[in-house]
Design a protein around this ligand. Structure first.
Ligand SMILES: Nc1ncnc2c1ncn2[C@@H]1O[C@H](COP(=O)(O)OP(=O)(O)OP(=O)(O)O)[C@@H](O)[C@H]1O
Ligand SMILES: [Mg+2]
Length: 250
C-alpha cells in the first residue's frame, strides 16, 4: 500500500489503488455528503459518515439507502438511472477494469460507489472542465493507530481559482457580481450555458464552480453523482446562479 503525503500529486496516483491516508489529512464536513481534506496539490473527498443535522444521513448511509437499496423519497433529484443502478453493477464494473479488480478484496458497495462517481465524472468532463480525478480506496488509522478503516475515496487535483460564490455581491441582497468580477461574467456564462444545455446533472451551487481568471477556465469541482443530488439544493441554487450569470438569456 502506497502512502499519500501532503505533497503528493495527482499524476502519481491511479484509479483502483489502495492508499494510506496520513494523520496529517484533516477531514472536514462539506455540505452534507462528503468530508474533505486539502493538501498542497490535492483535495481528498470521502463520503461523510456523520452529519451536522441529526435528521439527515451521512453520504455513505445515503448511498446505501438510495442507490444500493433503491429506496425512493422526495428528497432526491431523481432515481438511479440504468447505468447507476445496483442491479446492473456488473455491467458498470466491466466498463472500469481498474475498479473492477478491487472487487476481489473489497465490498462491492465500495467499488460501486466509486464506479457511479467515475461515471458522473466522465459525463461531466465532456461538457465542462473538471479537475483531474482518481477513484481509489483510502485506508486511515483509527484508535491510536491500532486499527485501520477503508473507505471509497475520490481524489482531485487542487485547481487554482475563486469559487463563483465569492464573486457574487452578497451585500445588496439583489445578487449581481462584485465590480472586479463583472468583466468575467460573459466567459463564465458561456461555460455555464454549455453545461445547462447538456442534460448532464449538476448541483448548481455557486460554490461548486471555481474560476481561474489567469486561464479563463471554469472548473466544476463537486463530485457527487447525479443520483445523489438532494432536490432542495437545485431548487434553491439554480435560480440564484441563473440570475447572477444571466443564464435565462440566449
Ligand atoms: N478540486 C478542487 N480544487 C480547488 N478547490 C476545491 C476543489 N474541490 C473543492 N474545492 C473547494 O471546496 C469548496 C466545496 O467543495 P465541494 O463542492 O467539493 O464540497 P461540498 O459541496 O461542500 O460538499 P458536499 O459534497 O458534501 O456537498 C469549493 O467551493 C472550493 O472552494
Ligand atoms: Mg459542493
Amino acid at each position: 500500500m502506497q502512502a499519500l503525503d501532503l505533497h503528493s500529486r495527482i499524476d502519481a496516483l491511479s484509479d483502483g489503488e489502495v492508499y494510506a491516508l496520513p494523520r496529517s489529512f484533516t477531514f472536514e464536513l462539506g455540505n452534507l455528503l462528503f468530508e474533505r481534506a486539502v493538501s498542497d496539490h490535492l483535495v481528498v473527498k470521502i463520503p461523510s459518515r456523520v452529519s451536522r443535522d441529526r435528521h439527515s444521513c451521512g453520504g455513505w448511509r445515503d448511498y446505501l439507502r438510495h442507490i444500493r437499496d433503491g429506496v425512493t423519497d422526495p428528497g432526491w433529484e431523481r432515481k438511479p438511472d440504468d447505468d447507476e443502478c445496483w442491479a446492473r453493477r456488473d455491467r458498470l464494473f466491466d466498463r472500469y477494469s481498474a475498479l473492477k479488480k478491487l472487487c476481489a478484496d473489497h465490498q462491492e458497495e465500495t467499488v460501486h460507489f466509486l464506479a457511479i462517481h467515475k461515471l458522473h465524472h466522465d459525463r461531466l468532463s465532456r461538457v465542462i472542465r473538471v479537475p483531474k480525478t482518481r477513484f481509489v480506496i483510502g485506508s486511515r488509522p483509527i484508535w491510536f493507530g491500532l486499527y485501520r478503516t477503508k473507505w471509497p475515496v475520490i481524489i482531485q487535483q487542487r485547481v487554482p481559482g475563486v469559487p463563483l460564490w465569492e464573486m457574487i455581491d452578497q451585500k445588496t441582497g439583489a445578487g449581481g457580481l462584485k465590480s472586479e468580477w463583472e468583466r468575467y461574467r460573459e466567459p463564465i456564462r458561456q461555460h455555464l450555458r454549455i453545461l445547462l444545455h447538456s442534460q448532464v446533472d449538476a448541483d448548481w451551487s455557486p460554490e461548486n464552480f471555481v474560476f481561474d481568471s489567469e486561464t479563463q477556465t471554469l472548473y466544476y469541482v463537486d463530485v457527487k453523482c447525479g443520483a445523489m443530488m438532494p432536490a432542495a439544493s437545485n431548487s434553491h441554487n439554480f435560480p440564484l446562479i441563473k440570475q447572477d450569470f444571466g443564464l435565462g438569456d440566449s
